[in-house]
Design a protein around this ligand. Structure first.
Ligand code: FAD
Length: 264
């Protein structure tokens, strides 16, 4: 029997890890499209998990405010004391250089949104809070080679994944960029092939990535990791699983953001 929608709406969700207060330690432009923000705070100790491509949720001050108000969990979502939703966004947790801070994140400056706007103006001492981490990607030690693909939001995870792959396994990387200025060096490990795909002006996200992933060589030992815009990765799932018959156990395909909709 279909479930009563009111019951579904009222169903309680498992409370995420609490927010740990932190502050911006420093920022650094990785490219004109990507800013690295190093965070520090006693509560952040040990937050970066051993597996790459994990997740953390960043709580930001409300637009126009400098102070951070911690929200409470109402059984379904985080809410501020006045009942409004605070700006919370998901990012890839990165380990900063020793002595630099406790956690780093790299934020795509796409020009809109609470996170992109905050990262553009972030200064040392600015307050934030961090919840997490969420699970990362378990690298298969038996994989013969890897296909890593994504858009600009996947670049921090892709760089981290490349650091975790066995050095003797070839890796092909496909990255779609909405602006050529987003390209950055991905290292020179043996067997690394990087293809930068420019999103044609006016094309929806995935306009270059979907076809490239669909056409990429994928052998029986290849492991595939993909992340990007939700509708684009949905098309990639269809291409991989339905059209090419890639077993689902050999591919991880994650939606990182939704075109036309603010994230949480
Ligand atoms: C597990 C996971 C890891 C992630 N890791 C990272 C990371 O390391 N770095 C990172 O930058 N992002 C990462 N993301 C994606 C990030 O959470 C979203 O892009 C987020 O919505 C950006 O928030 P915002 O406040 O800037 O924009 P929002 O307020 O969420 O959105 C405002 C508008 O901008 C659009 N928009 C959102 N993101 C983009 C984008 N990247 N390009 C173009 N338009 C966009 C939306 O569709 C909307 O129309 C990750 C997401 C997940 C789930």
């Amino acid at each position: 029997m279909p479930e009563d929608p009111d019951v579904t709406a009222r169903r309680l969700r498992r409370e995420p890890p609490p927010f740990r207060p932190a502050a911006v330690a420093r920022t650094e432009a990785v490219t004109p499209r990507l800013v690295r923000v190093v965070l520090d705070g006693d509560g952040l100790e040990g937050l970066v998990p051993p597996e790459p491509a994990a997740s953390v949720r960043l709580l930001l001050p409300r637009p126009g405010e400098r102070e951070l108000t911690l929200p409470r969990w109402d059984g379904n979502e985080f809410l501020l004391p006045d009942g409004s939703r605070p700006p919370i966004r998901t990012l890839t947790p990165l380990r900063p250089a020793p002595g630099e801070g406790a956690l780093a994140v790299e934020v795509v400056l796409h020009g809109r949104g609470a996170l992109s706007t905050w990262a553009t103006a972030a200064r040392p001492g600015d307050p934030v809070a961090v919840s997490g981490p969420g699970r990362g990607y378990a690298v298969d030690p038996d994989a013969t080679d890897h296909l890593l693909a994504g858009d600009e939001t996947a670049l921090p995870a892709i760089r981290q994944l490349l650091d975790h792959l066995p050095p003797d396994r070839p890796a092909r990387v496909l990255v779609e960029v909405a602006d050529p200025a987003a390209r950055l060096p991905l290292g020179d490990r043996d067997g690394l092939e990087v293809v930068w795909l420019d999103l044609p002006p006016g094309a929806p996200p995935g306009g270059a990535l979907v076809g490239a992933v669909a056409a990429a060589p994928i052998g029986p030992g290849t492991r595939v990791w993909v992340a990007g815009e939700a509708a684009a990765v949905q098309r990639i799932r269809r291409a991989l699983f339905e059209e090419r018959g890639v077993p689902r156990s050999r591919a991880t395909v994650r939606g990182y953001w939704k075109h036309g909709r603010a994230g949480t």
